[in-house]
Design a protein around this ligand. Sequence first.
Ligand SMILES: *Cc1c(COP(=O)(O)O)cnc(C)c1O
Length: 225
Amino acid sequence: MTNLHQRYQTIKTKIESLTANNRPTPRLLAVSKRHPASAIKEVFDAGHDYFAENYVQELEGKVVELSHLPIRWSFIGRLQSNKIKKLVKVSDEIQTVASEKHARLIAQAAASENKSRFPIFISVNAGNEANKDGLPMSNIDSFAKFVTTELPQLSLQGLMAIPPASYNDEAFPGLVELYQDLRNLADNTGAGLLSLGMSNDMALAIRHGTDILRVGTAVFGPRQA
Ligand SMILES: *Cc1c(COP(=O)(O)O)cnc(C)c1O
């Protein structure tokens, strides 16, 4: 067993043990940004096929390098209009949709790539932070309605959220309410999936019923600069 293989098994066991008996185990999305294709291959060989990248060019390179493996590629980075066509071509879902313009461009690309109905998540700026992308929680309902009524080329999966870093402190005021609000909002968005929780707040996100955990560092170790 390789070192990465062991790390992967440890995380899988940890997720199982943190999940309550009456709940489904959240799905692990392994965030491989700034790790080499060889590392992804190792985790794939350990039995994993769901990976996420943040940069279109980096994703493109890895898709080519690992084209022989049946990997499901998720995109969780910042969207740029001029790269959306290429992104839809090489990815299997996009979790960071927060504008009508980007949603329309993804829908157009999905149609021309024969990838309808292309899975997307709406990204939520849960803490209303100025430096973060994502829609405020109050805009989610109307945006979801727009996607489901106007863009049949898309398949709305649910919500993706990155809560403020201060919420990693479980004693932070309002934290339980925020996670509960996100869960409720996700339940009413598209297919009802919630993508919440990273290496640092895995336990918290599992406790609040996340469906997808996006974990980078805890699987692959520290990222290269
Ligand atoms: C990088 C990244 C992650 C993974 O973060 P870790 O702390 O390494 O687990 C999760 N979600 C998003 C949106 C990211 O950009």
